[in-house]
Design a protein around this ligand. Structure first.
Ligand SMILES: [Zn+2]
Length: 419
């Protein structure tokens, strides 16, 4: 019995590329430098610091370089799952370094059978595996939900699962801003599930525990922490997330300068402080948290969609430039023009690409979210290909993504109601 287990481990080891110690520790040294400068990490606890054998670390995702915080909680060589889009945008030499330091890339929100087997081989070979289940960092301080399949995937891996809870990295580099604001970040790493829990807990119990662990509102946490961030008082770019005025309801009337966000339709104005909170001279009108304002915008959109539209007539269509990521060149290559549309059931991309008429229709159940940058672009994946859409009105990107999120949830709810 012992022998067969050993030969199984040997087979698994053959199918994965172990991280090179030299390259891995060089990369983590760079991460530690970046992490120390930007995030000033404070480790609350790390239950994986001296843990042997294989386990999975799941981390919440607040900012682009969250991965640089992991070497502060574990000195072992860890395999890390990240996005193929990012991988293919790197120069060949950087791709090679990633390959040699335990990087596993896959398309966001799409996990092939091959990806899954690779991850299971890693844990069977005795290594730790790091995943960011939400896939996307948050744009407004609120967690993006993890795909529903995450809990069953963790059960299938069958090893201990640790939660790496990151708090505050959002404020260091919010997705809506190009300004970096070095400041404090807390990391708390603790055991969320033991391998044995997967036999004891029901699927809904697992899912609930997972969602609770991964959920956050950075502004609520900041009310307790009150950390200040250097260059923190800079609201520029925020109008791409907060695109609707909470006072007069007008869309696309907001603009930002330095620390201020103001509405050209009604004059409503707020100022951001170095802790990231918003203040209004008229305290009755104040919306203090970006997350609160953003939730209100999403609720308004939901009312609009469900109140005024029937399934037959709903469409949100954005004309856009389209680029393709197909691995032929580094990153995306310009391919043509067209439009991206959302209906109650589908996301449709059509136009003229590489001189030919083109159209894909994808069921919204496959799209809980889209990779996106507020005020710039979003991406639609189709198998191994990814299409980058740069709308003629880039300020509409967040509304498009909010709409997709609402329509996807509506579809999921309908599916559950039928079952
Ligand atoms: Zn207004």
């Amino acid at each position: 019995m012992k022998k067969s287990k050993k030969s199984q481990t040997n087979r698994s080891q053959k199918s994965i590329r172990e991280p090179s110690p030299i390259i891995y520790y060089m990369v983590t040294a760079v991460f530690k430098l970046i992490g120390t400068f930007l995030y000033q990490p404070m480790v609350k606890r790390s239950e994986i610091r001296n843990t042997r054998g294989s386990f999975v670390i799941i981390a919440n995702h607040q900012s682009a370089l969250d991965v640089a915080l992991i070497p502060f909680i574990c000195n072992r060589r860890i395999f890390t799952v990240f996005s193929t889009t990012y991988y293919l945008s790197l120069p060949k030499i950087a791709q090679r370094i990633v390959d040699l330091s335990g990087g596993i890339h896959k398309h966001q929100f799409q996990t092939s059978a091959g990806n899954m087997k690779k991850m299971r081989n890693i844990v069977r070979s005795g290594y730790p595996l790091l995943i960011f289940p939400a896939g996307l960092m948050c744009e407004d301080g609120l967690a993006n939900p993890a795909p529903k399949s995450t809990a069953s995937f963790l059960r299938w891996l069958g090893v201990d699962v640790y939660m790496a809870k990151i708090t505050g990295s959002y404020f260091v580099m919010p997705k809506w801003s190009s300004v970096k604001r070095p400041g404090k970040t807390i990391i708390d790493c603790y055991k969320l599930f033991s391998a044995d829990d997967f036999n004891k807990l029901s699927a809904p119990e697992l899912e609930e525990a997972l969602n609770t662990a991964l959920d956050f509102d950075v502004y609520q946490d900041q009310e307790n922490n009150k950390f200040e961030y250097k260059n923190g008082a800079n609201a520029e770019g925020l109008e791409n997330v907060l695109y609707q005025c909470p006072h007069c309801n007008t869309k696309y009337s907001l603009s930002t300068t330095n620390n201020d966000i103001s509405c050209s339709a009604c004059g409503f104005s707020e100022t951001m402080d170095s802790m990231g909170f918003l203040h209004c001279e008229d305290s009755k009108k104040e919306v203090r948290h970006v997350s609160q304002w953003s939730s209100w915008i999403r609720d308004e959109r939901e009312k609009e969609i469900h109140g005024n539209c029937s399934a037959e007539n709903f469409i949100m269509k954005l004309p856009c430039e389209i680029s393709i990521l197909d691995g032929t060149v580094r990153g995306f290559r310009p391919a043509g023009k067209g439009s991206a549309s959302l209906t109650f059931d589908e996301i449709i991309l059509e136009g003229t690409l590489d001189g030919q008429a083109f159209r894909i229709e994808k069921n919204l159940s496959q799209f809980p979210m889209l990779p996106f940058v507020p005020g710039k672009r979003f991406e639609i994946q189709d198998g191994e290909l990814s299409y980058r859409c740069i709308p003629d009105t880039p300020s509409h990107v967040t509304e498009f993504v909010n709409t997709l999120r609402i329509l996807h949830q509506r579809k999921e709810k309908k599916k559950n109601d039928v079952n």
